[in-house]
Design a protein around this ligand. Structure first.
Ligand code: MG
Length: 372
């Protein structure tokens, strides 16, 4: 749409300087590919309506959301991305190698576009700059220089026309230069050290430290009870457990997965399991509860969050949980794409007191920690 603000992420490069077999933009940063960090941040920004990622024509790595095949150079890839977008009001062109995108920089860029057809985030040069080689050359006056970052924001029609007018035989370092060559002035806004580009292998560790510093830890709890009844299967923690009774209720009544799902939803204040999967809806009758948990986890991921830890307590007289603990940990880890050492399962009885003590039902409580 002509009024839309679109983010175009360039993730078609080979990233040779990083070494290794994986192109840089797919290397994991805190367990998530670089490109996905930027994609989530841009998707979550309220000023951005649509996010398109340009990938290599022969790309075999999974990329979420809308993708477009790129070209042989960065410039060609951006051009193809712009052509594929077709129509928009504004576009932010971003390099996947800059995984941390502070919303404040996007705010500044969009505000600058009110008075200019292009805007880029820049940082001052702090180090002394001088000619290199085997012997040191003359110092360059750094006061006149800035470091240019991405995303770079443009009036869509203007940057598309500038790309179309650029000579095929020539390469460009970035889109702002293509825009300037077409006669447009490009405004500058304050950049952010968090936007630093991942170039060398050591940069990943630095970015992980930065990312850790920007994320907030949240913990939420969940609680659920289901009735034990004869002639029911006992699903607990995603595992079928042999027992003379099973849990009855909405879906497969996996009380453990329901408590964890509620805790996951709680970390993003997204209501409870009953709101997302109403018991009155016949499509959830007998449903596997693993899908509820995965849906909740996908909502956290869509907000740029990472689940760090799950702690579950099962409250029942029988069955004994110990023999099934490792299978449950493995299954829950699998559902959440975590490692089993991020899943804790405990069990307790209530000393034969109350409904759990009388074997009428099983209760579960969970606490989930995320970074967001
Ligand atoms: Mg339930």
């Amino acid at each position: 749409m002509a009024s839309e603000t679109v983010a175009l992420i360039v993730a078609a490069g080979k990233g040779e300087r990083m070494g290794g077999d994986i192109p840089k933009q797919f290397m994991p940063l805190a367990g998530i590919p670089l490109v996905e960090h930027g994609r989530r941040a841009l998707t979550a920004h309220p000023g951005i309506d649509r996010v398109v990622t340009v990938v290599a024509a022969d790309n075999s790595y999974p990329v979420a959301g809308e993708t477009v095949a790129g070209g042989a150079s960065r410039r060609e890839s951006v051009r193809k991305g712009l052509e594929a977008i077709g129509e928009a009001g504004r576009v932010l062109i971003h390099d996947a190698a800059r995984p941390i995108v502070p919303a404040t920089v996007v705010d500044r860029l969009l505000a600058a576009l009110d008075g200019a057809k292009g805007a880029v985030p820049v940082l001052p040069v702090a180090d002394t700059l001088a000619g290199g080689g085997t012997a040191l050359g003359d110092v360059v006056d750094r006061s006149a220089l800035v470091r240019v970052q991405t995303p770079q924001a443009f009036d869509f029609a203007a940057i598309l026309a500038a790309h179309r007018g650029w000579p095929e035989s020539e390469e460009a370092t970035d889109d702002a230069q293509i825009m300037r060559r077409a006669g447009h002035e490009v405004a500058t806004v304050a950049g952010d050290p968090l936007l630093e580009k991942i170039t060398w292998p050591g940069d990943i560790a630095i970015a992980e430290a930065r990312l850790g510093a920007t994320m907030r830890v949240r913990t939420a709890t969940g609680y659920d009870v289901h009735r034990l009844a004869p002639d029911e299967e006992l699903w607990l923690g995603g595992v079928l457990i042999p027992h003379d009774k099973g849990l009855s209720g909405h879906s497969d009544a996996d009380v453990a997965l329901h408590a964890i799902t509620d805790a996951v939803l709680g970390t993003i204040a997204a209501g409870d399991i009953g709101q997302h999967f109403p018991p009155s809806d016949p499509q959830w009758r007998g449903a596997e509860s693993g899908q509820f948990l995965q849906h909740a986890a996908s909502l956290v991921a869509a907000k740029g969050g990472t689940i760090d830890f799950v702690d579950l307590t099962l409250i029942c007289e029988a069955p004994k949980i110990g023999p099934h603990r490792e299978a449950m940990r493995a299954r829950i880890a699998d559902l959440l794409r975590l490692s089993p050492d991020q899943i804790s399962i405990k069990a307790t009885t209530t000393e034969r007191l109350g409904f759990t003590g009388r074997g009428e039902g099983i209760a579960a409580q969970a606490a989930v920690t995320v970074r967001l």
